[in-house]
Design a protein around this ligand. Structure first.
Ligand SMILES: Nc1ncnc2c1ncn2[C@@H]1O[C@H](COP(=O)(O)OP(=O)(O)OP(=O)(O)O)[C@@H](O)[C@H]1O
Ligand SMILES: [Mg+2]
Length: 244
């Protein structure tokens, strides 16, 4: 098994607040890995740091053996370059362009792709995979339901042809059946297309069931990491995150 993403002792600060404290984790190619934790634990900050949106105070992040983020600005890649290496973030709250059509949103996701035929091919693949997007491709995104917008945000990330997608709370604010649908899609993207998945979720049970490995974050630190199946059985996890 090959290490795809390695986060090595990174810290991130917002002013005097240290949001991440020497966080280390690794994701092997082809896996689904989740990160669970309470509100404000630092989950989104970790995803943003990985794609270069938050500067590191210390530590390094490597992707496929290449250093992509360091506290040393000279060796830190820009967000565009990080995306071009094959990492795509589906941000928290979906952040779709509400006044653009579905198709225009997908085009935005392909901004680094130069080949128009490839873009057209990928769009067709997305419309096949998410039929609702195909049916609504010329409609403004704001007319889609929350679940459909989440599907679109995922499709938009896939338009770049990533090796790894980072998903920030894909189930947030959605009905359980819709969340189940989204997790099913994520599983297909992983199993059929071989895309490595790093998933942040407050719905710890869904996330751990879908994942091979899991990490638990509290106050900016990783406090537990194990096979997801073991975390589901862990006394502390059950009490704090599974409501048992
Ligand atoms: N732009 C910012 N400026 C200042 N503080 C911030 C900023 N973004 C996040 N924080 C703080 O950093 C900490 C971690 O926030 P983060 O958004 O990473 O948590 P989270 O685990 O994603 O939470 P949630 O589950 O609510 O999305 C919190 O204390 C938060 O208030
Ligand atoms: Mg968050």
């Amino acid at each position: 098994m090959k290490e795809l993403l390695v986060v090595d002792a990174i810290s991130v600060s917002y002013g005097n607040i240290r949001a991440l404290k020497e966080v280390s984790m690794r994701v092997y190619e082809g896996d689904i890995v989740c990160l669970i934790g309470a509100n404000g634990a630092g989950k989104s900050t970790l995803l943003k740091a990985i794609v270069g949106l938050e500067p590191l105070v210390e530590g390094t992040i490597t992707f496929d053996g290449e250093t992509i983020c360091t506290a040393n600005r000279g060796r830190h890649l820009t967000t565009d370059l990080i995306a071009s290496r094959g990492i795509a973030l589906v941000p928290e709250g979906r952040r779709v362009f509400a006044d653009m059509t579905v198709e225009e949103n997908l085009d935005m996701g392909a901004f680094l792709v130069r080949d128009d035929n490839l873009i057209a091919q990928r769009k067709e693949a997305m419309y096949d995979f998410f039929p609702i997007l195909g049916a609504r491709k010329r409609q403004k995104t704001r007319s889609l339901s929350g679940g459909e917008q989440q599907m679109m945000a995922i499709a938009r990330a896939l338009m770049s042809g990533p090796r790894m997608i980072l998903l920030d709370e894909p189930g947030l604010g959605l009905a359980p059946l819709v969340v189940a649908d989204i997790f099913e899609k994520i599983d297909v993207i992983n199993k059929q297309d071989g895309v490595t998945v790093f998933l942040v979720e407050q719905n710890a049970r869904m996330a751990l069931r879908a994942s091979k490995e899991g990490y638990v974050m509290e106050n900016g630190r990783i406090v537990l990491s194990d096979k997801a199946a073991n975390l589901l059985e862990d006394e502390k996890v059950r009490k704090a995150y599974l409501g048992e």
